[in-house]
Design a protein around this ligand. Sequence first.
Ligand code: ADP
Length: 542
Amino acid sequence: MLPSTMQDDYQLTLRPILEYGRTVHAESRVITYTGEGYVDSSFAEVADRADRLAAALARLGVGEGDRVGTFLWNNQTHLEAYLAIPCMGAVLHTLNIRLFPEQLAFVINHADDQVIIVDASIAPLLARVRDQIPNVRHIIVKGPGDATALGDGLLDYDTLLAAEAPGYPYPQLTERAGAAMCYTSGTTGNPKGVVYSHRSTYMHSLMVTSTTNVALAQHDRMLVIVPMFHANAWGMPYAAWMVGADVVFPQQFLQAAHLRKVIEHTRPTLTGAVPTVLNDLLHNAPDTDMSSFRGVMCGGAAVPRGLIEGFRQQWDLPVMQGWGMTETSPVCTIGHPPKHMGDLSETDWRVKTGRILPGVELRITDDSGAVQPWDGVALGEIEVRGSWIAAAYYDPDGQSNDPGKFHDGWLRTGDVASVLPNGFVMISDRAKDVIKSGGEWVSSVDLENTIMGHPAVLEAAVIGVPDDRWDERPLACVVLKPGAEATADELRAWLTERTAKFWVPERWSFVTEVPKTSVGKFDKKVLRARNQAGELDVERLA
Ligand code: ADP
């Protein structure tokens, strides 16, 4: 081997990124919607406050490697924590504010959070577990609201910052040091924690700015809808800071009417959200002026064709579908139609799960572990590896290496997909949602997409239910648009024209809402339980 002559020991940490945004993009904006007005700060002001936060935390005894929890909406304070905590050598632990109390107490204790920063408006949610988290030494409260439910000894965020000076002496860190941690939402069992390193965060942020991804740049203004507790808001805050893109934070105001107001006032160019939120905007605020946008990122769940078509028709905007998971920082694919589109339309390409990004190696394997070809037909479980992919879950007693998830340096994702020769991935299901009818796979994702393409349908979730003849058959749970009408027969006819015959469900249930997880995805576990308990009104067609 010929040794390189490069500075290969240069550490990829977030500190130089903090300094870069502070100086080079001093005038870029961080805008937080308060429900009534806006707080508008410059990057220089935010960096100054991040310094003060680091100093205040150090004064409270937070040292290198200590975990600091955030129980915050998407807002400027959260960005200050994103910058200050990793750069001072501590670890940012973004807490999912929608977890059930038992799970919330579990993750705080498992991560051993020393300090928690909380928005006063959600203090009562944290108060529910206050007596179960004895190692939390300090709670810092931000903003107006009554936090007394959290007991005595609370510290006020702004008072702490006011007592400090900017110019914190950030330490030199190694790139392998933990920068942030995030727990999966724990659909089965307790949530599992991933510790992102400075290096993984640096690499992932760079990639978010790449043209192969959404090419986030200084001219952009990013509306950060996906929660900052959900896989680092898909890397958007760090990436925006890195390139000087303005950021707009909507806090808790994610209903269509609020979003419309924020969009028309702040005129973003990009946003990222799960399908539910974008669907809500499309159907409940279709006259929103979206002319400032150049596109929207959507992911976290399969993006329905109707949403992609709806954004094109209504606003002439492309929906860029991404796929990833907490364990992958999260972004691994993004769906820009390829140079050679062949017989497929632009929408056909956008409906796919996206194209593998450079820096992510991806393969699919069958039940025996054999690697399957990228031929667009063979199905297998997706496995990935790369510099922003987890190698293990966090375990206070050393790193656990669950062989069910991590093997040979690959992460097993639990997602079943086929891959085209040009690197486009098509997820057909999560392994745990897979429906096997007479030994054949039925893709609930495809069925949902097609049903949601029907003009009368707002949402559809398909689950597997036991069947005497076929072992399992799909049951379609459908939410109609307000005022719209459609019968199970009509929807069956719609499907029959568009999918494989044996996929078409006989069982239909019209529901008022599809239950959602804490991050807004369809919660099929709850649907399956409701069906098992006989709570769904199921119509069975002949
Ligand atoms: P949770 O497991 O709680 O949903 P994550 O947010 O980490 O936590 O979810 C990752 C999962 O979301 C992926 O493994 C995949 O099943 C699903 N997912 C994400 N993006 C997409 C997409 N574009 N299409 C289909 N499924 C997706």
